[in-house]
Design a protein around this ligand. Sequence first.
Ligand code: BGC
Length: 440
Amino acid sequence: MAYKSFKLPEDLLMGSATAATHIEGGQQQHNWYRWSEQGKIQDGSHCKVACDHINHIKSDVKLLKKINTETYRMGLEWSRIEPEEGKFSAEGIAIYRKEIKLLLKSGIRPLVTLWHFSNPLWMEDDGGWVNPKCVNRYLNYVRYVIDQLGDLVTDWVTINEPNVYLFFGYFEGRWPPGYQGNIRYYLKGANHFAKAHLKAYDQIHEQLESKGQPKEEIHVGVAHHLRIFDLFDKRHLTRFAAYISSHLFQWMYLEAMTRGRFTFPLRFYNRQFPRKNYADFIGINYYSRDLVKGVYKPGTLFNELHVKKGKAVNDLGWEIYPKGLYRIAKVVYRMYKIPIWITENGISDAKDTKRAKFIYNHLRFLNKAIKKGIEIQRYYHWSTMDNFEWQEGVTPRFGLYHNNYETQERTLRESGKFYAEICKKKKISRKMIREYLMKK
Ligand code: BGC
């Protein structure tokens, strides 16, 4: 394919993303620590190590600056902030306050994720997100965080990818708490996540506004994992399976968390929320597409997921499908007319032979979307550095920076240099194409 130079809008905010458990290391009071202790991480690695970011905060902020990051999506570790229910740690929150101040001093705007797959053990062991108490527990934690950090941060992701967490933790069983095929818990959890977000949305706004933050400068939203589900064949069963997969895995969450509209089957749980927008932006984490094939298999969602034949894949076997970013953004924008932030988009590519091209192609489609009037305001590349990738451990390599886990030395990849230039210049020039995309 021929590469063409293009310009990105000057006001598109560009950055990179990580999350607490992915990079911090150290913290022992959460579900992923225990899962690692139990030897359940595929490559035998342990989240207590990760990128040891907790001891590298200053130098990691410098790395962000070096790649011209305008905004950085970071996460908080709930168990570090509230190690026991109702008892908040001044020491824990101080770490984040210091980090955020460093970011601001470096001219980097923080987008802070309040929950990204990890639960304090006190909460996990009392039913986690299946116990209705989780909603108030989450809201208390959020209240404390906003109280402590709300003078510094206006941009918040309340919850990251509830669908992925519930699918792996309650349906597939590869993530803590390790349930298999428990559709009842899956739906209960989805209902609680939706409630938690809807209430947090109002609560965060109230708190920040009472601290004097202007309403229009406050941004609260969810980071949704959205995929393309295309049909493997044209059979009715396949169409049914594709509908079920995309509804139960994504659209039902989007409707509930954006508008308080609880569609089937969540409708049976909740009707109490007034219809309005509960999002100042819609976060899209986009990675790949699946081809759905309908199968008669009791106990499943009647689907089998396939990769389109002959298509390029990343190191984890996920299809690289840049057009999907455009397709998803188009549908979401048509549904809600709320600004979109691409809160994650990236590739596991240890040899770094595909990442530059991945970035180029996804940004090209992002640009096309913007030109068609879809309001995409931010793009966060996943991830700043290689990190602890949940069940897969440290084997997948998503980073703009390579990480050496023995020495914790980070080295900027060639594709990272490409991305850094894009962030700085807001364009992909012919020179950059020659240098990063056409070199052997
Ligand atoms: C998650 C990240 C994860 C990434 C790549 C997203 O689903 O939010 O935590 O690292 O995908 O697998």
